[in-house]
Design a protein around this ligand. Sequence first.
Ligand SMILES: *[C@@H]1O[C@H](CO)[C@@H](O)[C@H](O)[C@H]1NC(C)=O
Ligand SMILES: *[C@@H]1O[C@H](CO)[C@@H](O)[C@H](O)[C@H]1NC(C)=O
Ligand SMILES: *[C@@H]1O[C@H](CO)[C@@H](O)[C@H](O)[C@H]1NC(C)=O
Ligand SMILES: *[C@@H]1O[C@H](CO)[C@@H](O)[C@H](O)[C@H]1NC(C)=O
Ligand SMILES: *[C@@H]1O[C@H](CO)[C@@H](O)[C@H](O)[C@H]1NC(C)=O
Ligand SMILES: *[C@@H]1O[C@H](CO)[C@@H](O)[C@H](O)[C@H]1NC(C)=O
Ligand SMILES: *[C@@H]1O[C@H](CO)[C@@H](O)[C@H](O)[C@H]1NC(C)=O
Ligand SMILES: *[C@@H]1O[C@H](CO)[C@@H](O)[C@H](O)[C@H]1NC(C)=O
Ligand SMILES: *[C@@H]1O[C@H](CO)[C@@H](O)[C@H](O)[C@H]1NC(C)=O
Length: 701
Amino acid sequence: MGLTNSTYSVFLPALFLPLLCFCFGICTCTNTITSTQFIQDPETITSTDNAFKLGFFTPFNSTKRYVGIMYNFPVASEPQVVWVANRDKPLNDSFGTLKILEDGNLAVLDGKKELLWSSNVSSSTTNSSARLLDTGDLVLQDESSGSKLWESFEHPSNSYLEKMKLSTHVNGDEKVLITSWRSPSDPSTGSYSFGLVPLHIPQLFLWNGTDPYWRSGPWNGQVFIGIPNMNSVFLNGFSLVNDGEGRFYLNFAGPSKSVYIYYVLNSSGTLTEKTWAVGKQDWEVTRGFPKDECDIYGRCGQFGSCNIEDSPICTCLKGFEPKNKEEWSRRNWTRGCVRRTKLQCDRNNTKGEEGKEDGFLKLNPVKVPDFAEWLNVRQDNCGSQCLNNCSCIAYAYYQGVGCMHWSGTLVDIQKFSDSVGADLYIRVAHTELDKKRNMKVVIASVIIIGSLSSVVSAYFTWKWMVKITGLHKQHLDWSKRVNIIEGIGRGLLYLHRDSRLRIIHRDLKPSNVLLDEALNPKISDFGMARIFGCNEDQANTGRIAGTFGYMAPEYAMEGRFSERSDVYSFGVLLLEIVSGRKNNSFYQDEHALSLLGFAWKLWNEEKIVNLIDPTIIFDRFSQMEVLRYIQVGLLCVQDLARDRPTISTVLSMLSSEIVDLPTPKQPVLAEKETCPHTVHSQHSQQTCSIKDYSLTTVEGR
Ligand SMILES: *[C@@H]1O[C@H](CO)[C@@H](O)[C@H](O)[C@H]1NC(C)=O
Ligand SMILES: *[C@@H]1O[C@H](CO)[C@@H](O)[C@H](O)[C@H]1NC(C)=O
Ligand SMILES: *[C@@H]1O[C@H](CO)[C@@H](O)[C@H](O)[C@H]1NC(C)=O
Ligand SMILES: *[C@@H]1O[C@H](CO)[C@@H](O)[C@H](O)[C@H]1NC(C)=O
Ligand SMILES: *[C@@H]1O[C@H](CO)[C@@H](O)[C@H](O)[C@H]1NC(C)=O
Ligand SMILES: *[C@@H]1O[C@H](CO)[C@@H](O)[C@H](O)[C@H]1NC(C)=O
Ligand SMILES: *[C@@H]1O[C@H](CO)[C@@H](O)[C@H](O)[C@H]1NC(C)=O
Ligand SMILES: *[C@@H]1O[C@H](CO)[C@@H](O)[C@H](O)[C@H]1NC(C)=O
Ligand SMILES: *[C@@H]1O[C@H](CO)[C@@H](O)[C@H](O)[C@H]1NC(C)=O
């Protein structure tokens, strides 16, 4: 007995399917397989929002049938298969069924009722059902207890989807790996795999068989520091969670409901990021790892460094030379480099050489080598600890990661064109150091400069975060917060309007706001600022850099920035200051993806008072003012740039010069709604019409 008429779900645009079901009164929209309802080739089931379907398919240039989950969007290309059940045991006939067995397992059987695949869990239930969720996860559930027996997200094929947990345990158990297909026409387990390695410092790895083929560099709490531009565009939605019991997992959330992103490890070993936005003809490959030859693990061998813009791409680290000059000159880098002058540590000192200690040479930002060990020491001790330990041959310090030491060998160092990565200090013999500079000076300056800058930034970051969250964790009363918010607003007004040049800051966030003793804010770090000409209202950039959570959607997704994208960042800051919570501290909350999502939810539920930091003490009058601030904040973070007020309007609103505030529209990161497709299509229309708007509507004071 079948349920779904697959022709409908295959040929009709997903958006119209619910309508169709409604009109014809036939329910072809089930998302569930139960003990009494199964599907048989070529039937399918679809997720409630129609984004995914589960059913039978034949890969390109193959004759075999497989059961899999695929995206159900009306695109030009072949369906994007994201999971395959019987990948290692194909169906030879087209009489396959997908059903619940008597033991409660989900199974694929062929025409001869032979078992090809099963979820293979031992359970006592006889009444279970399998449901295809809107995330693309297929979940087998015990109907009597409601407990989850099995889910496809814990047994992935070659695709890594939003909300999927790429997990692993420090002891090596419970590893969830993505594995490639053997070829585009053969889904069986191929030789490439992709997963998380939590040892020392968490990193992502891609393997060819058991050999590492690519790695992401260390996780710094927000991004993997070996991936350039990760803190921009789409990759920024990642979060890495340590459950406290040794299990780590990585998951991600896309930038908006109208954009779908997933990662697929293809059969030639490239991890590709694929993106589809509602209204687009087809999926686009937006990134690939490894991205070039230098990105391949250990391309230049031991103690070699790779730079894709150099020719040849490999060079030995300073103080090192090719192990085999003839091979190296033929561009065979496999043997790598060796040290030119023995370290003092490795020499048996003669009297004359005593005291000539080794020193460190600095390599400007690089993807730091593999096998870092993590030391729980402060930045100013990181270098001296390394110097005092003969096993330590290099060190680096990176905010959010901490002190890293290396011993033995240095492999997989890559130099990027822009200053991504961490400064790496390599231990070399005294004679290798620049003669004019005394080693002590090098070390001392490293330590002093390093600690000075970190102290300065740490001081302000500390002041900011600690005081704002009110836990000093001396808490900030409402008038001080008003002072800070207005100060930032006036600073922005100066940049946009009052200074001789019109400046778009592009990276407004808490760490770029410095507070002095009297808590007066100053906007800092103009590293990304752009000066606009008189007649220029918006600009595009191909190189999007910024900080997740503070970047306006049109900037993050399309590189379009304007005064209103700074206003967006200001809105996020404002809401953070009022609520005492960081925008991106919400990832694990099922009900809201971000502070904005949370605020929007409360706003709709008319419980916006709950957003206010509970440590703020106020009377009825100041409560009105706080609520007004929140409303202005929500106006600043509206999805469409043209809906956001200019900063001068914002200041007038805050000071009550403008009394009647508009009702805010939904910000882009708000939580999912029950009817996403109407939102999608509406959204795409709005996005299209953005091109036509101009920024001339400046409300008067
Ligand atoms: C399809 O498969 C056949 C046999 O396996 C092979 O010879 C042919 O090149 C393939 N075609 C494409 C387009 O890959
Ligand atoms: C399908 O055919 C292949 C090749 O003829 C055979 O090796 C395989 O066992 C068959 N599978 C099933 C399930 O019959
Ligand atoms: C099912 O799981 C058991 C142990 O959990 C394993 O021994 C067996 O090989 C599995 N069967 C299949 C068909 O995967
Ligand atoms: C299975 O459980 C569901 C929900 O509890 C119930 O409606 C259904 O009748 C049960 N089916 C069988 C065969 O027991
Ligand atoms: C993966 O390893 C195999 C076997 O060692 C090799 O033939 C293949 O070229 C490697 N793939 C890549 C992309 O290097
Ligand atoms: C894998 O992806 C890379 C990058 O997009 C592409 O060049 C390559 O052709 C793909 N390989 C296959 C087998 O599709
Ligand atoms: C590069 O050198 C290694 C080690 O000497 C050797 O095994 C390998 O065959 C060489 N590769 C090429 C392409 O010559
Ligand atoms: C240094 O000398 C000692 C004793 O003479 C010897 O045991 C040791 O192996 C030597 N170390 C090196 C690195 O040559
Ligand atoms: C020196 O470094 C090695 C390797 O990093 C480490 O195992 C050892 O404990 C360190 N020794 C001291 C005294 O810190």
